[in-house]
Design a protein around this ligand. Structure first.
Ligand code: HEC
Ligand code: HEC
Length: 477
């Protein structure tokens, strides 16, 4: 009896082992895709592990968009940002060169300021007036510039905050009460003759009625700011003592306020309208591991690793806000008597700063072509390839093909061999090889920096009218 039982139990054991083996085989053959998925899953996991490490090492944290102001302040800032009344000739607003739906810039290599042939038009439809010059630099995008991390403004950081104090071209003329670099910046476009103020000819043209360009105010920044506040005082929508926009925002009529109040309001608008922290990359930083695709993650690993983009495009803003020479082609009217734009050198006077420009942050970079401080490249892959081989890119640079205003600007292209050699041999970027698959991944990563539904969100920041009654800029032929 005992024997039979042992035989039976050994038979059972053999059967169990056999069944187990067959089950294993079935699982192995029917589920070989699951094993593949597992592998994929673990490689995805290791990609995340690698990227997480890189981001940590590079101090990339979720972005803080900056202080939110009252709705009244933002509403005033929006009106001023879009109102051509701030330009001497009433034909140029901040929005003209920083138009929301074209990446908060103007799609031009070099901007077109006051005296235009086509007031109210932006981007390719904005034509330079006769006897006017192109603005020497490209209008930068305004994304996330209200973040407290941004301590510098302009391509050469001539407006900057350090240790609680503010430096700007106005020196001691800068009024007190401006608390952020973004607000300080907004004091300046209105004082630039080519951008917004206008020229002596405009002042003497009776049709233009441009009191802001009075040559008696040349070099007198406070005088220009006061003249603008005087203008705003005469517009009911801004100055009405019960519901004027200044009264609602500051509790005061404009005649009791300085232009710093207008600048503060414009900065509040820019902060609220152009701050985005929900691109796939930003969501990834906040912890959503599925926010980026595998290709985007591979691109990010190249950006923070092998390609060393993050030596300069570092940290949360993707810029160290420092200045480097990456050998950008030179063209346009230039910034001084040399006819060149020497960049940061113009602020510091330090020879080692020649041709250095501030590193741009790269949020929404797919929306902001053309690129660099003068819009020298229209294609994102061209500007990246330029970084990777400055010599080849400069030697082969074709201004007619690359520049948005090729026919107008190509004559000004600087092909002087001395300048080209200086740009090439003093450049701060090192030559690197890149495979086409790597470039594809890198461009995918650049796509991951774009906020979702950005076109409609930007469109919604454009008002239908402004208090002066002047036409609001339109993107339209
Ligand atoms: C005619 C075109 C034009 C107009 C009008 C204009 N800007 Fe700009 N803006 C530029 C250009 C060009 C630069 C870069 C100049 C430089 O770096 O030297 C710039 C720079 C800036 C910056 C600095 C961004 C950064 O990344 O450093 C901000 C902010 C800005 N403008 C806001 C404004 C505001 C606010 C107004 C209206 C008061 C205005 N702009 C009017 C063309 C324009
Ligand atoms: C040595 C510092 C440095 C490194 C490294 C670097 N960049 Fe840049 N990058 C800059 C500077 C400075 C500019 C602006 C130069 C100018 O305007 O003349 C710039 C501009 C750009 C722009 C144009 C953005 C705009 O808004 O105009 C892109 C895109 C860009 N870099 C991507 C990259 C990528 C991708 C890498 C890695 C392959 C990289 N950069 C490596 C310094 C650097």
């Amino acid at each position: 009896m005992k024997k039979i039982r042992t035989q039976y139990s050994s038979l059972k054991r053999t059967l169990t082992i056999c069944l187990g083996f067959i089950f294993c085989l079935v699982v192995m053959f029917s589920n070989n895709t699951a094993i593949g998925d597992d592998k994929k899953h673990s490689s995805k996991k290791s990609l995340d592990k690698k990227l997480k490490k890189s981001l940590k090492r590079n101090h990339v944290a979720p972005i803080d968009l900056g202080p939110t102001a009252s709705l009244e302040m933002i509403e005033l800032g929006q009106a001023l940002f879009f109102d051509p009344i701030l330009s001497g000739n009433r034909d140029t607003a901040c929005s003209t060169c920083h138009y929301p739906t074209v990446g908060t810039s103007d799609q031009l290599s070099l901007g077109v300021g006051t005296g235009t042939m086509s007031p109210g038009k932006v981007s390719f439809f904005r034509e330079k007036g006769p006897d006017r010059i192109h603005i020497p630099r490209n209008a930068p995008e305004l994304f996330n510039k209200g973040s407290v991390l941004w301590t510098s403004q302009f391509w050469d950081s001539r407006v900057a905050s350090a240790y609680g104090s503010m430096s700007s071209p106005a020196g001691s003329d800068l009024p007190s009460g401006l608390t952020t670099p973004l607000a300080v910046q907004a004091m300046f476009p209105v004082t630039s003759g080519d951008e917004m103020r206008g020229s002596i000819t405009d002042f003497f043209d009776p049709v233009k009625n441009n009191e802001i360009a009075d040559p008696a105010l040349d070099g007198d920044l406070p005088g220009i700011w006061n003249a603008l506040m005087q203008r705003l005082t005469n517009i009911d929508g801004y100055a009405n003592p019960t519901d004027g926009l200044f009264v609602k925002a500051f509790g005061e009529v404009p005649s009791n306020l300085g232009f710093e109040s207008a600048a503060t309001a414009m900065a509040a608008f820019e902060t609220s309208a152009f701050g985005y922290d929900d691109s796939p990359f930003d969501e990834y930083l906040k912890g959503d591991r599925d926010a980026m695709t595998t290709a985007q993650k591979r691109g990010a690993i190249l950006f923070y690793g092998k390609l060393k983009c993050s030596t300069c495009h570092s940290g949360t803003l993707m810029t160290d806000q420092n200045h480097y020479n990456i050998g950008a082609p030179q063209f346009g009217p230039g910034k001084d008597e040399t006819g060149l734009d020497l960049g940061r050198y113009l602020v510091t006077g330090d020879e080692s700063d020649r041709f250095k420009f501030r590193v741009p942050g790269l949020r929404n970079v797919t929306q902001t072509a053309p690129y660099l401080h003068n819009g020298a490249f229209y294609s994102l892959s061209d500007v990246i390839m330029h970084h990777l081989d400055v010599k080849k890119s400069l030697r082969n640079y074709d201004p007619v093909a690359e520049l948005v205003q090729g026919p107008e600007l190509s004559d000004t292209y600087v092909d002087d061999p001395d300048v080209l050699n200086e740009l090439i041999y003093s450049s701060d970027v090192r030559k690197k090889k890149i495979k086409s698959s790597e470039m594809a991944d890198l461009l995918e990563f650049m796509n991951a920096l774009t906020a979702p539904n950005i076109g409609a969100r930007l469109e919604s920041t454009i008002p239908s009218s402004v208090p002066s009654g002047l036409p609001v800029d339109e993107f339209d032929e």
